[in-house]
Design a binder for this molecule. Structure first.
Ligand SMILES: Cc1cc2nc3c(=O)[nH]c(=O)nc-3n(C[C@H](O)[C@H](O)[C@H](O)COP(=O)(O)OP(=O)(O)OC[C@H]3O[C@@H](n4cnc5c(N)ncnc54)[C@H](O)[C@@H]3O)c2cc1C
Length: 433
């Protein structure tokens, strides 16, 4: 037995973990016991944990074939390994989350989104097919013509074990991003800026939630892949450097996440960003994965861990809903140092998280006070017809999850297909999926 957690280090649960190295290993596990597949453990909560059997898929990490941007790989391959192999040849993932330390299977199961969702959609946009092992050990190749494909993208491992997949990469001329930083001073300015830059291939904003929507200082980062013509003479266009990682101290004192301290930290961060406003070239790693430069930054919250809250709100309620969420956070005195807004385009998988509108992601220390605040944030989200991201969830009650009619339909599909008793996670049990 091993003590497991997600990236947030909350909750911690004792699980029996088995590593699969072949299809036969996966079949033996599937036929032996109810289980959940686990990728690289970057989901924040309890989605990739099953007390009885957690099947670690990172042992199946071979890249099987590559031709003109089309890659077939096993589910345990990390996105970072794909980048280090193919970026020097001019290929980059079509869609990437904010960390490169996710497995291919985890990216598919959560149907992850990147900073380009408003243009390219979620991970599904680059997946041609998947090989999925079902409850009887049979492997089926599923593509866009199959209903189960659309439940699996966003199905959080609850439709079967993804063994391998074919995905398409994006051709790029360089490893650099032309980044434009805009320093803004309120939520409404930020949303106006998003709406006026919908043609930017990538966009994301960090926003200070400690002082309410009217004082919500933000840094909007727009990006596009740089061309060779953007580089100064002599810069190698496709050289990929391996960077070291900065250490992060274990367990910051709790007061850092509250009141004046938090306002001070956020204020300094904004001023530093505002000084760099304008356009410049940055390398791919700094633009897409700033947090990956910090070693084990999830330990900064100490032993108790932390919880993410991430919701999506439809376009017509997003302005009012985000303002109310920020108001509630400011009034609570608790705060989030990492508060991120993105613009979403259309939904893809049947149970995928994104919807046309905005998403807000927030980190809170795992305390009673934060849990109480998150109940308020749940209610505000639901009142604005919003939904929640299961890859970030560690504590939602079943009633909140089931307010989304898609969760009810997903649970019914699972029961009918005989999946409920075979593929279960701590999260699926908590949410009645
Ligand atoms: C710093 C950071 C930034 C992030 N930024 C973003 C972001 O911008 N956008 C976004 O969408 N997400 C983001 N995430 C969340 C992350 O992308 C997802 O949680 C992703 O699913 C993690 O992949 P993993 O391989 O670590 O999977 P795990 O965390 O191990 O598992 C996640 C889910 O995938 C399932 N799964 C994994 N492998 C398989 C398989 N082979 N077969 C079937 N099911 C499987 C698991 O059962 C579980 O339900 C971020 C996470 C971190 C830590």
């Amino acid at each position: 037995m091993s003590m497991l957690s997600g990236w947030g280090r909350f909750p911690k649960v004792e699980c029996h973990v088995v590593t699969a190295r072949s299809e036969a290993d996966v079949r033996a596990a599937v036929l032996a016991s109810p289980l959940i597949a686990r990728g690289n453990g970057r989901a924040y909560g309890d989605a990739a944990m099953n007390r009885g059997l957690t099947l670690d898929m990172t042992g199946m990490d071979r890249m099987l074939s590559f031709d003109d941007g089309v890659l077939v790989a096993e589910a345990g391959v990390l996105l970072g390994d794909i980048i280090h192999t193919f970026l020097p040849r001019g290929w980059f993932p079509m869609v990437t989350p904010g960390t490169k330390y996710v497995s291919l299977g985890g990216a598919i199961a959560a149907d992850v989104h990147g900073k380009n969702h408003h243009i390219d959609g979620s991970f599904r946009a680059c997946v041609d097919w998947i090989d999925l092992m079902g409850p009887d050990g049979t492997v089926t190749r599923l593509g866009a013509q199959d209903d189960l494909f659309h439940w699996t993208l966003g199905g959080m491992g609850l439709t079967g074990v993804i063994l391998r997949a074919q995905i398409r990469l994006r051709a790029v001329e360089t490893t650099f991003i032309r980044q434009e930083t805009r320093a803004l001073t309120s939520l409404s300015e930020t949303l106006t800026a998003f709406e006026s830059t919908l043609d930017a291939p990538y966009s994301v904003a960090w926003i200070d939630c400690s002082d309410g929507p009217h004082h919500g200082h933000s840094l909007l980062l727009l990006g596009q892949h740089a061309t060779k013509a953007d580089l100064s003479a002599g810069t190698p266009p496709l050289k990929v450097r391996h960077k070291g990682k900065l250490p992060v101290p274990f367990g910051a004192p709790p007061f850092v996440f509250r009141g004046v301290w938090l306002r001070g930290i956020n204020g300094v961060y904004w001023l530093r960003g505002a000084k760099r406003a304008g356009t410049r070239l940055v390398d791919w790693d700094s633009y897409f994965y700033p947090l990956d430069a910090l070693n084990n930054w999830n330990r900064a919250y100490g032993r108790r861990g932390f919880i993410q809250f991430q919701c999506a709100l439809p376009l017509n309620t997003a302005t009012a809903g985000l303002a109310e969420l920020m108001q509630a956070i400011a009034a609570s005195g608790s705060g989030s140092t990492l508060s991120v807004i993105k613009r979403f385009g259309p939904q893809s998988g049947h149970f995928s998280f994104p919807m046309p509108g905005y998403t807000l992601a927030l980190d809170f220390p795992a305390t009673e006070r934060s849990l109480a605040l998150m109940e308020q944030l749940d209610a505000i989200t639901l009142a604005h017809q919003g939904r929640f991201y299961l890859a970030k969830d560690a504590r939602m009650p079943e009633a909140v999850a089931k307010a989304d009619p898609r969760a009810v339909a997903f649970a019914a599909m699972r029961a009918q297909a005989g999946l409920t008793d075979r593929f279960t996670s701590v999260q699926s049990e908590r949410l009645g999926l």
